[in-house]
Design a protein. Sequence first.
Length: 136
Amino acid sequence: MSQQDTVRTDQGELFLCPTCLATNDPRNDFCEACRAPLSGTSSIDPIKNIWARGFLYREMCHGRPSRIVLIGAWFLVAGSAIGILIFGLGGGILMTALCLLLLAVHGIVLYRTTKNCLRKLKHPARAEPGFARNPL
């Protein structure tokens, strides 16, 4: 992290989260307030990678993302759904049920992201921080 991302206090240095600007212990890999990854190395561990991906999906489904985030979500999620269709639907009943469940989750993520991006803001002054008020 750069020096502008740190805050000096009586207890020592604290890092600022780039997403929500909450202060965090320098040893933390994820923000205590919003669970955003705090460094590039926070997603190397397989379990921490799951946390980082979960943060990505939560960010896509909440708030009002910009259109570039919507396009990225369609590429990411639709590509995964196509892979599930190609490689997963040839197995037995259990594999087919699991694939259909995963496709349903992918559909819900795409629906919520698209709906949130295309909705009109009722109160533009109260737009959520971290998301574009006037998307591309």
